[in-house]
Design a protein around this ligand. Structure first.
Ligand SMILES: [Zn+2]
Length: 88
């Protein structure tokens, strides 16, 4: 048996990369969130929230930083919520 390097599961397959290339062209390689140079794509509505993975209308250009930040925030880490109503 040959030992194959384990490939981690990734949703970023060929179709996704091709879509991202198209999205980057569409958005002029500008990050949707911070206006910086975008190198990847990000879902407006995350897949876990029912967003469509390969729908161009649900994908925007994003830089790695914003993509990672959003990903971390959506992965279940506790976030501080701003509550406009005071308890008193
Ligand atoms: Zn950004």
């Amino acid at each position: 048996m040959t030992t194959q390097p384990r490939t981690p599961w990734t949703p970023y397959d060929y179709d996704w990369r091709r879509l991202v290339a198209w999205i980057l062209e569409r958005d002029g390689h500008v990050c949707h969130w911070c206006g910086g140079p975008a190198t990847t794509g990000d879902h407006l509505v995350e897949l876990v929230h029912g967003g469509s993975r390969l729908d161009p209308g649900n994908v925007v250009a994003s830089c790695q930083s914003c993509n990672a930040t959003r990903g971390a925030r959506l992965s279940g880490t506790r976030t501080r919520t701003l509550n406009p109503s005071h308890p008193w």
